[in-house]
Write a protein that binds this ligand. Sequence first.
Ligand code: NAP
Length: 490
Amino acid sequence: MSTIGSSSEQDVVGKVAKGLLIGGEWRDATGGGTLPVEDPSTGESLCEVADATPEDAMAALDAACAVQAEWAATPPRERGEILRRAYEAVVARAGELALLMTLEMGKPVAESRAEVLYAADFLRWFSEEAVRIEGRWATAPNGGMRMLTMRQPVGPCLLITPWNFPLAMGTRKIGPAVAAGCTVVVKPAKLTPLSMLALAQILDEAGLPGGVLNVVTARSAGKTTGPLIDDPRLRKLSFTGSTEVGRQLMAQASRHVLRVSMELGGNAPFVVFDDADLDAAVDGAMVAKMRNIGEACTAANRFHVHASVADAFTEKLARRMGAMKVGRGSEDGVEVGPLIDDDQRRKVAALVDDAVGRGARAIVGGEQPDGPGHFYPPTVLAGVPGDARLLREEIFGPVAPIATFATEDEAIAAANRTEYGLVAYVYTRDLDRAIRVIERLETGMGGLNQGLVSNAAAPFGGVKQSGFGREGGVEGIDEYLSIKYAAIRV
Ligand code: NAP
């Protein structure tokens, strides 16, 4: 039973198609199975969506394969203009999409709105990139032939996305795939399928031909997508999610040597040197830590602060985080919504308890509230010892552990002491140091006196066990193109 509050909440949920999009048709799952979508601020059901069977997923791949050649031959300008129309529609409907996202994911509406606009930006960016898929022409060094290099769509793709950014993680893949001339099957996270279903409706209305985008929602991700990964007609898997699941999918993809992109977990260090502008560092920390309730792969997972400024930084950060209003994301003034589910909340609480058990001090937060919803308070932990689990594991919650360092070498060693390598944040006013440190950090991205790196025009992605491949920027479309070279005798 639906227990949505206001009529506008009922409206935005009511407008979303709840079926599977296959070959341009919305349809029920075979057998009529459904799965519930919950509001994490109440734990109550918002609605039910279709629960695809493996046969439904295969029908989606059939539909993608059926129109692949035609879509690849569609003029790039036409592909771009469809994306551009979708961009404009997403921006025009930002308010309702933001509310929908908040209902299924929990973050405050203002933050959902920021994600909707960020998501739309990938549609705009790749609408512009569709017409810039270029090749090369060269004379072989010995003059004996000409070399023509072209970039062609890779073919049907499977796109698997997580719950934490329900729209942007989708457009970051759909935008470049569609621009490149690929057809796709998208499997959104079962916890937050509504934003993706709404996006599919918008792309449909923008004129995307049936079969180019197919969406399957399912209770059992592995059972539904497994047969697709094993099907030799699939040419590409792009996954955003945990490193653990990414590893399994890579193993599975190896069977047909399937091309893969992996946007996986993070454990971002946030390094504050003694010469940093501390107020700017705290402003940056608030964004890097608290954006998305801390449930971001780019979230500052641990703060390494020079011992001489650690007390001042901790006090300022604790004051700001302790003053944040926690509550249902659709309520006025709320800055911190609930965590996605109770498993996530238990995990965060266990990491905090472990750190406190090893000697860390909770300056604010640290106590789980009673009542409905999966809330956890903004928490600052000082004096976190090197063996605390949360320095190694992805927290995915509003918890800021602070550890200290004495020298630049020590800070860099601590920052790199992780199997992850997505992003690092560095605060310093010394230009030489900034360049030295950024160059030595083992990450795919760096924020220099800047707490937010995400931008549709930039290549987003990691190194080490944070994955490989880049989304956004001029690099993003390459993930969906194959290079072909023709040797031409002259
Ligand atoms: P997850 O558990 O790995 O799930 C991600 C997606 O994979 C979901 O759609 C999930 O479906 C699906 N999935 C799970 N098991 C699968 C299997 N065996 N076969 C095929 N698909 C499977 O991750 P999450 O908890 O949703 O997301 C949080 C993680 O994503 C964090 O580690 C975060 O750092 C990472 N992330 C990375 C980036 C980046 O760009 N690097 C961006 C955002 C998030 P179900 O929903 O049905 O489980």
